[in-house]
Design a protein. Structure first.
Ligand code: ACO
Length: 402
């Protein structure tokens, strides 16, 4: 084996890999991904089995603690979380200060970071296991409340407080779609779809937001601020923001007369910056296994809720054309997880700007698990190198002579 550190010291060589296309940043035992074969597993369990048989909270426990919980463990976990779903009333004042039209992702990132002010014990990098578990529980509990509040604010409606009698996902849906004046029954179909979506988003190894969470945490920065940084990374349309961008694109195509071929050609044109949103992935060079599951869930939920969404027809046509077009075939550009998720979120009643926030709610356990693993493995601070290509040895020129 080559001792890279020694080689670097002797020769000054460093590797240059823009976008980290071929650079492994860590060893991890959380998520396995085979992009060529289209395989995704959390802690050794296939995503297909987990989406079919598990719940989001169980998957969160699995990712964070390494094993599926026993009945007692999941009951304790649920109980602990439900005791920490309330958000500090002072934080509500801060939340009220956001303009009602501000993007939900900006609000989410700020609110999650502010948890470090309300729970300053989280700043201690040497928290005991019990203290750190509580920091995690608080984040899981409060995130669902914060997300539902952001949604309510976008409508101008009063927020709904959490109720301990519900499980995690049902509670979230109640705070989101419930009313203060009466108890609203949430359809089992909706609870099931939400569980599936959150499970499918729960982790995806070293993507842009997860790497951000790990690198921020590697400076011994607290969990809340690290995850807030991950939320910001997720916001961009090339990453989690793609789910919002997909629906906006599909609507644009529909309003433009539904000529799918025209838009596919636009995406192929190298002089045009337009890309088919929801297509392509850095690692998957095959069908994204999450997209397969979501596509089926999407058909099921639209049928069960009796929704006929013309945007779904455009999506299907687009997928058909793209999958048979040599441009997409040669570049192995398949629909990714974001291609269909937005259609389900829409069917459930969420506005487009909330889609990426829902992705963040699902990704939260993965970010926590990755941060915890990084700390437990005592990984060094993340600090990439660079190849300097700027000016050398310039003499300072006084301002009047420039
Ligand atoms: N539409 C048209 N062409 C595309 C697309 C697309 N969606 N995606 C990639 N290509 C083309 C590129 O132009 C490039 O072509 P070239 O070889 O002729 O220059 C080739 O395919 C490879 O693309 P890269 O940008 O080099 O691939 P990279 O791995 O850097 O990017 C990414 C991956 C960002 C996901 C890209 O495919 C993309 O922009 N997709 C659309 C946005 C999207 O859906 N993002 C969500 C990703 S999943 C997630 O983060 C949850």
């Amino acid at each position: 084996a080559i001792d890279i550190a020694k080689l670097r010291d002797q020769t000054g060589f460093i590797t240059l890999d823009s976008g980290f296309k071929n650079t492994g940043a860590t060893k991890s035992s959380i998520t396995f991904l085979d992009g060529e074969k289209g395989i995704l597993k959390y802690r050794g369990y296939s995503i297909e089995q987990l989406a079919e048989k598990s719940t989001f909270l169980e998957v969160a426990y699995l990712l964070i603690y390494g094993n599926l919980p026993t009945q007692k463990q999941i009951e304790d976990f649920q109980h602990q979380i439900s005791r920490h779903t309330l958000v500090h009333e002072d934080m509500k004042k801060f939340f009220d200060g956001f303009p009602s039209k501000s993007h939900p992702m900006g609000q989410l990132s700020s609110l999650v970071c502010s948890l470090s002010s309300f729970y300053p014990e989280s700043l201690d990098p040497n928290q005991t296991k019990e203290e750190f578990d509580l920091t995690i529980i608080k984040l899981l509990g409060k995130m669902a409340t914060i997300v539902s509040w952001i949604y309510k604010k976008s409508l101008g409606h009063p927020v709904i407080y959490p109720k301990n009698k519900y499980d995690y996902v049902t509670n979230f849906l109640h705070m989101t779609f419930g009313q203060r004046t009466e108890e609203v029954e949430i359809d089992e179909v909706v609870i099931d779809a939400m569980n599936k979506l959150l499970i499918l988003h729960a982790d995806h190894e070293q993507n842009c937001s997860t790497s951000t969470v790990r690198i921020v945490g590697s400076s011994d920065c607290n969990l809340y601020a690290s995850i807030s940084a991950g939320i910001s990374a997720l916001w961009g349309p090339l990453h989690g923001g793609a789910n919002q961008a997909v629906i906006e694109m599909l609507e644009k195509i529909k309003n433009d007369g539904g000529d799918v071929d025209k838009w596919v050609n636009k995406a192929k044109d190298k002089n045009d910056s337009f890309r088919l949103m929801g297509f392509g992935h850095r690692v998957y060079k095959n069908f994204d296994p999450r997209a397969k599951i979501i596509k089926k869930a999407c058909d099921d939920i639209l049928e069960k809720l009796g929704i006929n969404d013309p945007v779904l027809d455009i999506a299907k046509k687009l997928e058909e054309v793209a999958l048979s077009d040599p441009y997409f075939v040669e570049r192995k550009l398949y629909p990714n997880v974001d291609f269909y998720s937005g259609i389900i979120y829409r069917a459930l009643g969420f506005p487009t700007e909330m889609f990426t926030v829902l992705f963040a709610l699902g990704r939260l356990p993965g970010w926590i698990a990755q941060w915890k693993e990084m700390r437990e493995n005592k990984e060094p601070i993340g600090r990439p190198r660079q190849v300097y290509v700027g000016e050398n040895d310039r003499d300072f020129v006084p301002i009047e002579k420039r």
